[in-house]
Ligand binder design. Structure first.
Ligand code: AMP
Length: 396
């Protein structure tokens, strides 16, 4: 897949109607935004387009709407955007998203104005990527910009379908940054290149492990995933997370790593408890976990093993916590990894989702080179899967 895509800096937007697909899928409580990270992340692209005289028409999905749903209106996002930009962002309330109201709002825009359309999932065609909705979206703009990396792994009307009916189609600054960091790390890394994979399940990361083994010098596996790998090699894992149907796969990956000359590091000790609770941990001597106990974090010897590997690296990608970091007693391993990355001097890239919140909650967010804004999308990127929302944009 070609990641060298045209950006908003490659086109002239003055006086043009610019439809911008953003990721405004923010958490809401009683109609208020509880975390505006995604809104803030969208500002550079919006400001650039407005300052360069574009008529900026923003759109996004929000939540799992399956048609019009007043609880999932994007109105609060328009209000937050207006505050953050210090400039009115008009909300084009319209259950049809591109109905009469939205069209009238667009017709009245002056250069530099910004409006936000209603939740694209108010239209059922959106997730089906139907031309009917894609064409309507295209009909109100001259230029299409995608800046919603978090939705780039989905082929929907507002991320892919619309690009069939409008030219040019370019990326915004957020997607440009994701492509630069994730793309370079995976396809052109400064070596040694180390990947750290954690999180709950092997099954979620099968393709990631498979793909990264062909790219990295060292692959570190921690978190709930590690127990299936250890069990496959004959260690006792007590009641720890196990995916019995992935034992053969684990052995295949261990074998693949050997054949490719990739160092595969697994935990050598654990912090354990007798139940899934935030209690004081016991620490195992080695890989084995006694019956009646479960591993909830890596142990101190493993921390040292993993940190030593991190210290020698020039490029590091991390996806998935190495323990149940939501429990204070079991955050130490994840914390040690985050600190090691922060101190490493390497290019450090954090996959979205849980690893991003772990790094931010532990206070290391601003020490990382890049924290991806897309959980599912960054995972699919690491799998080597073509992201349809990126593929649909004009090549440079
Ligand atoms: P994921 O969404 O796959 O990245 O998984 C993240 C989740 O994995 C977090 O909520 C962690 O609490 C959980 N996790 C990490 N290590 C373990 C473990 N040893 N046992 C159970 N859950 C774990």
């Amino acid at each position: 897949m070609n990641y060298d895509k045209k950006t908003i800096e490659d086109i002239d937007v003055k006086g043009k109607k610019v439809l911008v697909r953003c990721d405004f899928n923010v958490p809401l409580k009683d109609g208020s935004i509880t975390d505006d990270t995604r809104v803030v992340a969208a500002l550079p692209t919006i400001k650039y387009l407005s300052e360069h005289g574009g008529k900026v028409i923003l759109c996004s999905h929000l939540g799992k709407a399956k048609g019009p749903d007043p609880k999932l209106t994007l109105k609060p996002v328009a209000e937050r955007l207006s505050e953050l930009l210090g400039k009115e962002v008009k909300f084009a309330a319209d259950d049809n998203v591109v109905g009469e109201n939205a069209k009238n709002a667009v017709a009245q825009m002056n250069d530099g104005d910004i409006i936000l359309l209603e939740n694209t999932r108010f239209r059922r065609e959106e997730e089906k990527n139907l031309d009917s909705f894609s064409e309507e979206l295209a009909s109100i703009c001259d230029v299409y910009v995608n800046d919603a990396f978090g939705s780039a792994h989905r082929a929907h009307s507002s991320t892919v379908g619309v690009t069939k009916f409008v030219k040019p189609c370019v990326c915004g600054f957020l997607i440009q940054k994701e492509l630069r960091f994730l793309g370079d790390a995976v396809n052109n890394p400064t070596r040694p290149f180390v990947a750290i994979l954690g999180g709950a399940k092997v099954s979620d990361k099968i393709k990631v492990i498979d793909n990264l083994l062909t790219k990295v010098d060292t692959l570190i596996i921690g978190g709930g995933m590690a127990y299936t790998f250890l069990k496959a090699q004959g260690y006792s894992i007590g009641n720890s997370l196990l995916e019995a149907d992935k034992l053969d796969y684990s052995l295949e990956m261990i074998d693949k790593a050997k054949k490719l000359g990739v160092k595969l590091l697994l935990p050598v000790d654990f912090r354990i408890a007798s139940e899934f609770k935030d209690v004081l941990p016991q620490v195992t001597e080695d890989e084995n976990i006694p019956d009646g106990f479960m591993g909830l974090d890596i142990g101190p010897k493993t921390e040292k093993l993993f940190v030593d590997a991190i210290n020698g690296a020039k490029t590091i990608i991390w996806n998935g916590p190495v323990g149940v970091f939501e429990f204070k007693n079991f955050e130490l391993g994840t914390c040690a990894i985050a600190k090691a990355l922060a101190d490493s001097g390497a290019t450090t890239i954090i996959g979205g989702g849980d690893s991003a919140s772990a790094v931010n909650n532990l206070g290391f967010g601003d020490k990382m080179t890049h924290i991806s804004t897309g959980g599912g999308a960054s995972l699919e990127f690491l799998e080597g899967t073509v992201l349809p929302g990126i593929a649909a944009l004009d090549d440079n």
